[in-house]
Design a protein around this ligand. Sequence first.
Ligand code: IPM
Ligand code: MN
Length: 371
Amino acid sequence: MRLDIAVLSGDGIGPEVTAQAIKALEAIAHSFDHVFTFKEGLIGATAIDKTGNPLPDKTLELCVDTDAILFGTIGDPRYDQDPTAKIKPDQGLLRLRKELGLFANIRPVKAYKALADKSPLKKEIIEGTDIVIYRELTSSTYFEEKELNEQETVPSDVYEYKQKEVEHIVHLAFKAAQKRRKKLTLVDKANVLESSRLWRRVVTEIAKTYTDVTIDFLYIEDAAVQIILNPSRFDVILTENMFGDIISDEASVISGSIDLLVSASIGDVCCMFEPIHGSYPRIAKKGIANPIAAILSAAMLLEHFNLTEEANAINNAVEKAIELNLTTPDLNIINPLTTEKVGDFIYDYILNPEDSNMNFENIHVGLSTII
Ligand code: IPM
Ligand code: MN
């Protein structure tokens, strides 16, 4: 297969972790005989610094014209912590989502056995957690009208959903549930919000065409509690934009590190894959950033194009790295590897998964004294 991939590595640790994701894709291209091309574009604070615009036209053109986007991270305290700043890195990401119609944001959350003791939750609670969150991404408060009166004392953000916007993602979430454990939970605030009542109506109606999927409804506050008390009760969580933003960050603590979580943003013609963690400018260029979420986002990209075996090759390599503790200092304090070395191990493991001997770990990270 040939895939043209736009690379928007962004700010902070974005470039160094995205470089490892590209390396993993290069290993896949090599092993499975695919052709992947990579073209870089500016976004976020880096783009503001160079062009004055967090999403330059050139970047948007590149993205419109590509099969998939590999996204790094954005954010820089110079803009983010200045309430008077009119131009902010986030605006680039939000506009990109809207312009490309990336209406569904998909965030899988699972518990890795080898990292069970890193989670702040008890092992027996997180065991077996395997959730995928479907978050609506291009509507409602994020994008509706915003107003501020002259005295700046009465701000207003319109919270509105149109039936069409809801239907679009509801179908995707049902299809995902059919391929999984066939359970869909709609998270909303239907006791208060009119728009939540619309979501319930739409889900109930559409459920009639997916009779093999069981549905249930939870208020957002109850869902927030259940994610901590009983995460394995969930299969597919479906929710609106803002609730999805919050609940997916909350769920990320289950896996022991937000640095392991990825997200896919899907539209009718375009798709984008990214780690959910931030740009951590304080640790940028120190070689300590965890590249695993970025690498896993490359696996999600492959899965999207039905390259399941290839996606599994990356997932297996990542699981091996975690199992052997070949990880960055956030997960391995005693004997950490650098960002690049973790990427090297995963690259090598994809190319030689069968390779094993007593010095296996060292060989794969180029430290071996045997070779
Ligand atoms: C995310 C982020 C964004 C969001 C920000 C950067 C605007 O938190 O992708 O979850 O709120 O959607
Ligand atoms: Mn978020």
